[in-house]
Design a protein around this ligand. Structure first.
Ligand code: ARG
Length: 231
């Protein structure tokens, strides 16, 4: 065999913050990173002929890691927005999301975003949920490393509401039950998730877009979607 055939696959270094089920989280038994985003990026890696290496870090550390070249891409349920688009290149959107509120089950005062002024809020650090919370008058927004920690503080009574992504809140209620907490209100914003590459690496973003398109055409995207969200 020629050495060319034996050449190692190029490595795609992927950054994510894996406390965001069902998009990225650690499987309890295997400890592997699993979820919709993880399946999607592995399928994209296959399309590109690259080996996918997942690196875990804080959500607020992802964009700096991309800028410094420690990772090649981010997939982390990351919402495409203008502030981020100044620092990174986003692929086309791959998932439609939005923000909702979680309150304690016995809370009758908060029925939606209009009831949040003056309340004590929590969100994951560096997220759109935290940013939206800060725009509401007279609130304090405590930022936690993971949504799970924000939910714990909510249950303990330290905050009145958690602002977080709707599909993650849905999954949390489905897996942890609705005895202590409930979801209220209509989604605040329509948000779309994108995969990010370094600002100057539009070439890689274009390649990923092509791979995404192929996965949508060949049914692989739908398979992964149905695995995590049903039909
Ligand atoms: N979609 C929200 C944002 O972009 C939250 C994403 C949090 N992702 C995560 N893997 N923890 O700010």
């Amino acid at each position: 065999k020629s050495t060319e055939n034996q050449a190692k696959k190029p490595v795609l270094k992927v950054g994510t913050e894996p406390s965001f089920a069902p998009f990225e989280f650690q499987d309890e038994t295997s400890k592997d990173y699993t979820g919709f985003d993880m399946d999607l990026i592995r399928a994209i890696g296959k399309e590109l002929g690259s080996e996918v290496q997942i690196q875990s870090m804080g959500f607020d550390a992802l964009i700096p890691a991309l800028a410094s070249g420690n990772i090649d891409i981010i997939i982390s349920g990351m919402t495409i927005n203008p502030e981020r688009a100044q620092k990174v290149s986003f692929t086309k959107p791959y998932y439609q999301s939005g923000l909702t509120i979680i309150v304690r089950a016995d809370n009758t005062a908060i029925k939606g975003f209009e009831d949040l002024p003056g309340k004590r809020l929590a969100a994951q650090i560096g997220t759109t949920g935290a940013e939206e919370g800060k725009k509401i008058t007279d609130t304090t927004v405590r930022e936690f490393n993971s949504p799970a920690e924000a939910f714990m503080e909510l249950k303990a009574g330290g905050v009145d509401a958690v602002i977080n992504d709707r599909p993650v809140n849905d999954y949390y209620l489905k897996t942890s039950g609705t005895k202590d907490v409930k979801q209220v209100g209509n989604p605040l914003t329509a948000e779309e998730y994108g995969i990010a590459t370094a600002k100057n690496n539009t070439e890689l973003a274009a390649k990923i877009d092509k791979a995404l398109e192929a996965l949508k055409k060949n049914g692989e995207y739908d398979k992964i979607y149905e695995k995590w969200f049903g039909k």
